[in-house]
Design a protein around this ligand. Structure first.
Ligand code: DSN
Length: 416
């Protein structure tokens, strides 16, 4: 597959192969990452990437769309079938552009909006100060409860009554528990706000019926397509029919030019995969593994944010082990276990070197690593974090990790 790149650009070929090897030989615990299938990857690397298709099916600004229209129609129909959405747009380039399109469609600059604070498990685009959402809107952040670390729905309601938001975003990027969409709906109805769910992290779990669906409850739902949905790097917006025209207009021509048709085909394939019975089995394994890993880490004395997990991720406060999140993540990476440093609620440390790490089990489940292996994984994590400066420990664990994980081939990787 790399023959053409090899002869044209050996430097890039070598880097692709090195990255392929890195992905094959390490344990991928970044909660937002996954391994898309070979079919998805082939679609992403296909001739579809050469085509411009501004507009929507049946009304495009360039000619030659007979195949693209059908691909986009299939992607939309399959996503509708999975989630039961009235309207679907699969053109956003990723999750942040999808969220930006929702703001552009439904609220005006300066309007009050609300989202979960970033250190509390929200996302930059939910109104965080340095992001467009916190810059061009009157953004207010609701917190999690200091004791339970669960979303503080009462405080969210209190803030909503005070600021009368035009839009409330219910969504997460580092929150390991079920999001109670109904609690948001009650408040949104009371204050006359639109309710938007961002299910970027959990869309695969929603598709599999392992997390309550926001579709019947929320006005608009956004998602990426590459996390637990296990597709290509992309985004999608699902909404009630009454918002369809505004959402479509905001994506194109509001924010974007031509959709990435190669990605659209990848989304269609991923959606077909998500409709198969095996997808539910995989998603159950993701959740079971996260719970098992959480329990194993707790038994080893790690403090888990909220005490555990209901979804695919765990957020761990590593400071009790005398190490910051950045150092812990770097030490684990050196040992072949790849996760990311993450803020924890009410974090006394700065975002670049926060108190926590975030761990997700979607990618390892795609390799067939399951709950039964989590004791081993927790033991490696424990060993590395107990000696984060010890290069010998990192090397020893790395070698054990390589031997273990290469027995579980990852979907879509080149043979190396
Ligand atoms: N980068 C994604 C994540 O890790 O959650 C969100 O943008």
């Amino acid at each position: 597959m790399l023959d053409a790149i090899q002869s044209q650009d050996p430097e890039i070929a070598a880097l692709i192969l090195a990255e392929n090897r890195r992905q094959a030989e390490t344990i991928r615990l970044i909660a937002s990452e996954n391994y898309a299938s070979k079919a998805v990857q082939d679609a992403v690397g296909s001739a579809l990437a050469n085509k411009y298709s501004e507009g929507y099916g049946g009304k495009r600004y360039y000619e030659g769309q007979e195949n693209i229209d059908e691909i986009e129609r299939l992607a939309i129909e399959r996503v509708k079938q999975i989630f039961g959405a009235e309207h679907v747009n699969v053109q956003p380039y990723s999750g942040s552009p999808a969220n930006m399109a929702v703001y552009f469609a439904l609220v005006k600059a300066g309007d009050p909006v609300m989202g979960l604070g970033l250190p509390h498990g929200g996302h930059l685009t939910h109104g965080w100060g340095v992001n467009f959402s916190g810059t061009y809107y009157d953004a207010h952040q609701y917190p999690v409860d200091r004791e339970t670390e669960l979303i503080d729905y009462d405080e969210m309601a209190r803030i909503a009554r005070e600021v009368r938001p035009k839009m409330i975003i219910a969504g997460i990027s580092a929150y390991p528990r079920v999001v109670e969409w109904d609690r948001f709906r009650e408040v949104a109805d009371e204050v006359g706000a639109l309710l938007v769910a961002d299910i970027a992290h959990i869309s695969g779990l929603v598709a599999a019926g392992l997390h309550p669906s926001p579709i019947p409850v929320c006005d608009v739902v956004t998602s990426t397509t590459h996390k637990t949905f296990r597709g290509p790097r992309g985004g999608m917006i699902m909404c009630r029919a009454e918002h369809a025209a505004a959402i479509d207009k905001a994506v194109f021509p509001g924010l974007q030019g031509g959709p990435h048709n190669n990605t659209t085909a990848g989304i269609a394939i991923a959606a077909k995969e998500a409709l198969q019975p095996e997808f539910k089995v995989w998603a159950q394994a993701v959740v079971d593994s996260a719970r098992a890993l959480g329990e194993q880490l707790s038994e080893r004395g790690f403090r888990l944010i909220t005490g555990g997990t209901d979804n695919h991720m765990i957020v761990v406060d590593v400071t009790a082990r005398g190490v910051g999140g950045r150092k812990a993540a770097a030490a684990l990476n050196a040992a072949g276990i790849v996760c990311n440093a993450n803020s924890i609620p009410f974090d006394p440390r700065k975002p670049w070197d926060p108190s926590g790490i975030r761990i997700g089990t979607a990618a390892i489940a795609s390799r067939g690593v399951g709950a039964e292996h989590m004791g081993r994984l927790a033991a490696w994590i424990d060993r590395v974090i107990a000696a984060p400066d010890d290069a010998a420990v990192a090397a020893a664990v790395r070698s054990e990790v390589r031997e273990f994980i290469t027995a579980f081939p990852a979907p879509g990787l080149l043979d190396s």
